[in-house]
Write a protein of this length. Structure first.
Length: 266
C-alpha cells in the first residue's frame, strides 16, 4: 500500500497583540483589571439577588442568570489570553511559550464548545429579557386588552344571567299558589347567592383598572372565587335538593352492603 504523508496537528499557537514585551505587559495589566472587575461585579450581582428577597422578581431573576453566564463566559477564554500576554516573544518555540502561548487540540475543542454554548445561552437570556422589558413597558396596552376581553365575557354573561332571572321573577310572581312561589324563590335564591358572589369577585378582579398596593385584597378575592365558590356549589345544588339527598342515602346504603355484607347475602 502507498503511504501518504500526513501532518497531525496537536496544538495551536496564539498570535500576539505585539512583539514588544512592554506592550504585552501593558495589555496584560489592562485586561487583567477588566477581567477582575467583571468577576467581582457579576459575583456581587448574583450574591445580592440571591440574598435579598426584594429582588426575587422576574427581571432580577434574568439579571442573576445573566451574571452567572458572564462569570463562566469570561473565565473560559480570558485566563488563557492573560497567560499568552506573559509568554516570551520570538519566532522559536521556547519552553515558556509551550506553557503559555500555545493550546492543545483537546483543550481548544473544549474551550470552543463551552465558549459557544455559553454565548448561545447569553443570547437566549438577553432575548428573553428584551421580551420581558417589552411586556413591562407595554404593561398598559396588555391591561387594556385584558380588561376589554374580561369586560365583554364577564359582563356579557352577567347580562344574560340577570335577564334570565328577570324572566324567572316575572313567572314566579304570576303564580297563583303562594307555596309554589316560596319553593321557586327558595331555589332561585340559593343559585342567585352563588351568582352574586362569583360575578362580584370576578368583576372586582378583572373589570376594573389595576390599583397599586392591593395585593392582599386581591389575594382574598381570588380565594373567594377560586376556593369558596366551588365549595358552595355542591352545598347549594345537591344537599338542598330532595332527590339528590335520596340518591345519596341509596349510595351510602349500597356502600355499607358492600363493606359490611349481612349474613343473608353470604
Amino acid at each position: 500500500m502507498e503511504r501518504v504523508n500526513r501532518t497531525l496537528v496537536t496544538e495551536f499557537v496564539f498570535l500576539k497583540f505585539s512583539s514588544s514585551p512592554r506592550l504585552q505587559l501593558l495589555f496584560f495589566s489592562l485586561f487583567f483589571l477588566v477581567y477582575l472587575l467583571s468577576l467581582v461585579g457579576n459575583a456581587l450581582i448574583v450574591l445580592v439577588v440571591v440574598l435579598d428577597r426584594r429582588l426575587h422578581t422576574p427581571m432580577y431573576f434574568f439579571v442573576c442568570n445573566l451574571s452567572l453566564v458572564e462569570l463562566w463566559y469570561t473565565t473560559v477564554t480570558v485566563p488563557k489570553m492573560l497567560a499568552n500576554f506573559l509568554s516570551s516573544p520570538g519566532d522559536h518555540l521556547s519552553s515558556q511559550l509551550h506553557h503559555a502561548g500555545i493550546i492543545s487540540v483537546p483543550s481548544c475543542i473544549t474551550q470552543y464548545y463551552f465558549f459557544f454554548s455559553l454565548a448561545a445561552t447569553e443570547l437566549f437570556i438577553l432575548t428573553t429579557m428584551a421580551f420581558d422589558r417589552y411586556a413591562a413597558v407595554y404593561t398598559y396596552a396588555i391591561q387594556v386588552v385584558g380588561y376589554a376581553f374580561s369586560t365583554v365575557i364577564i359582563l356579557g354573561a352577567l347580562f344574560f344571567t340577570m335577564a334570565s332571572y328577570a324572566q324567572i321573577l316575572a313567572t314566579v310572581l304570576a303564580m297563583s299558589s303562594a307555596a309554589a312561589q316560596r319553593k321557586a324563590f327558595s331555589t332561585c335564591t340559593a343559585h342567585l347567592s352563588v351568582v352574586t358572589i362569583y360575578f362580584g369577585t370576578l368583576i372586582f378582579m378583572y373589570v376594573r383598572p389595576a390599583v397599586k398596593y392591593e395585593s392582599n385584597i386581591n389575594k382574598i378575592v381570588a380565594i373567594v372565587y377560586s376556593v369558596i365558590t366551588p365549595l358552595l356549589n355542591p352545598l347549594i345544588y345537591t344537599l338542598r335538593n330532595k332527590d339528590v339527598r335520596e340518591a345519596l342515602k341509596v349510595l351510602v346504603f349500597q356502600i355499607q352492603r358492600v363493606c359490611y355484607p349481612s349474613k343473608e347475602t353470604r
